[in-house]
Ligand binder design. Structure first.
Ligand code: HXC
Length: 518
């Protein structure tokens, strides 16, 4: 090619114009808010030198704008492309707040839709890094339709490729539904926020004063709404955590998750597991101590840690292979199942099932949370989600009952008749229709009322109930569980079970889709 020719000069001119588009001032403005630029985020995410940008020179359509103005910049405020993260192909887009507030116009949305479609076609995860004022006001209905095509693509790709959103600035209005539809949402503390209607509207409509952070900051979404699964204090740590998280995921639903060899330092038999559950059945303990002794050392990556902490969910590895953990947490609300923990567990289970990740359930649950609040808010409807999610999951499903498995909770938490593949129980397990106090009160109401020493009688009856009913041996002898095991061999048992299940194949009757309670 003649590099002194006209066409090459035109090529260089465009490259120059692109460089000039980004000023130091714009970057400084982002940095002064504790944020990185879109390019810096891309650079942090991808392995050096591997990112290939596409549609770099795309510009907004040159049509008259009746209200405000549309800046005719190269790229239209979003970087899209693909490259390698930890050596694996990943697609991504990063909105650029320095260009019209990262707002989404027709061309901006077409770029995102294009990269989404490529990610689906190539069977690779897609990451959306969002920093946007939402639909571009000047472009009106074209912006709204742009969002619709993005939503449609996310829904089409759901369960086929992992889709992860990282909120690194505003996500306002209907724009919040794009992250909400994806599998996991990462947020950055203090610099990102998500809401359907902002503080101004809240003030006008409800006369309430609230800050951006109080209304839709990372902590709010991580602790209260459950929209955000992982939050970190700055963008660097957020992206580093995201890169680690990706190592657990397969590229798509027909691949298995990557194998990451363990360092062989996790003993398959560990006596420490015998000392975690206290003798007193009412004493709490931290189920994460159990998790960390069962999975490959330091491999547990907890998801939604701050939301509904009475159930623990997360990805980990056993013998180098990704597994999902669902565990009741006796340390919080005695590990009871309520609305939030049911929906948290259900969503996580469905993710694991979609992406070939075996599910290990650690059970210690006194039952569903009683009360007017829970009943009226729909514990029936929401508890049914957990039931549905477990029951429809076809990945390997292994349960270890550590202590309490009472009532509906025994069934819901992956019992064998619900399709669980292996069910083990520790000798400390209590498996029965209800806890001893409730059972004694119902079956011996008359005797207790007539007793001269009801407290002593109750104590005796509770002991008898524990000996005769609320133990794991009846379930073991009747085959409702597979085996009562020494806690020390739990990891070894799970390894054998996972090996036995490695070719598990379940044929599901053909249908359009089930009708999960929502
Ligand atoms: C066009 C926008 C914009 C938008 C921001 N800008 N949002 N331009 N459309 N939606 C522009 C601003 O005019 C400004 O341009 C630049 O981006 C930076 O914005 P600032 O307001 O100066 O920044 P800041 O003070 O940090 O405030 C950020 C913000 C605020 C809180 C996001 O800009 C804001 O409230 N924007 C509107 C949010 C919103 O309501 N969006 C529509 C939601 S409805 P200049 O030229 O001055 O630099 C929606 C429907 C989707 O999204 C439907 C899907 C179903």
């Amino acid at each position: 090619m003649d590099i002194s020719g006209k066409s090459y000069k035109a090529f260089l001119k465009r490259q120059e114009a692109l460089k000039k588009q980004y000023s130091e001032k714009q970057a400084e403005k982002q940095h002064s808010k504790g944020k990185l630029t879109a390019q810096e985020r891309i650079n942090l995410l991808f392995d050096p030198g591997t990112f290939e940008e596409i549609d770099t020179f795309v510009t907004p359509a040159d049509q008259p704008v009746e209200f405000g103005k549309v800046e005719r910049t190269y790229g239209d405020g979003v970087i899209v492309g693909y490259g390698k993260v930890n050596g694996r192909l990943i697609f991504a887009y990063a909105q650029d707040f320095t260009i019209m507030g990262g707002s989404l116009g027709a061309v901006h949305s077409q770029k995102i839709a294009k990269i989404q479609e490529m990610a689906l076609k190539m069977g690779s995860p897609i990451i959306g890094m969002m920093d946007s004022g939402g639909a571009r006001i000047q472009e009106g209905v074209a912006s709204l339709s742009g969002y619709a095509s993005i939503f449609q693509n996310i829904i089409h790709s759901s369960g086929i490729i992992p889709q992860i959103s990282v909120i690194m600035g505003p996500a306002a209005g209907g724009a919040v539904y794009s992250p909400a539809l994806t599998d996991f949402v990462f947020m950055v503390n203090h610099t990102s926020y998500m809401f359907v209607t902002g503080p101004n509207v809240v003030r006008e409509v409800l006369n309430e004063e609230v800050t951006f952070d109080e209304l839709g900051g990372a902590k709010v979404h991580a602790c209260k709404s459950g929209v955000a699964h992982m939050i970190y204090d700055d963008e660097e740590n957020t992206i580093m955590a995201l890169k680690k998280f990706l190592t657990y995921l397969p590229s798509n639903n027909v691949e298995n998750p990557p194998f990451v060899p363990e360092d062989n330092s996790t003993p398959d038999i560990n006596d420490k597991l015998r000392d975690i559950v206290p003798d007193d059945p009412n004493k709490p303990y931290d189920v994460k101590d159990v998790i960390n002794l069962i999975v490959d050392r330091n491999s547990f990556f907890e998801t939604a840690e701050l939301y509904a902490p009475n159930i623990v969910t997360g990805l980990a590895r056993i013998k180098g292979k990704t597994i999902g953990i669902v565990a009741n947490q006796p340390k919080v609300l005695a590990g009871v199942l309520d609305i939030d923990s049911s929906t948290k567990g259900a969503r996580f289970i469905r993710f694991c099932d979609a992406f070939n990740i075996p599910i290990i359930t650690l059970e210690d649950v006194p039952g569903f949370l009683p009360g007017v609040d829970q009943e009226h808010a729909g514990i029936i409807r929401n508890g049914a989600k957990l039931l549905f999610a477990y029951s429809e999951a076809t990945v390997p499903r292994i349960t270890v009952i550590l202590r309490k498995a009472y009532g509906g909770a025994f069934i819901v938490m992956n019992c064998k008749k619900l399709g669980g593949d292996f069910s083990f129980a520790w000798p400390t397990a209590e498996i029965a229709v209800m806890g001893p106090d409730g059972a004694v009160a119902i079956l011996y109401r008359k005797e207790l009322a007539e007793s001269s020493n009801p407290a002593e009688l109750k104590k005796e009856l509770v002991k008898k109930y524990r000996d005769k009913i609320a133990n794991p041996f009846i379930a073991d002898e009747s085959g409702y569980i597979d085996e009562v095991i020494d806690p020390a061999v739990t990891r070894k048992k799970i390894i054998s079970a996972l090996q036995a299940l490695s070719n598990k194949w379940v044929k599901v009757p053909s249908r359009k889709h089930g009708n999960m309670p929502l």
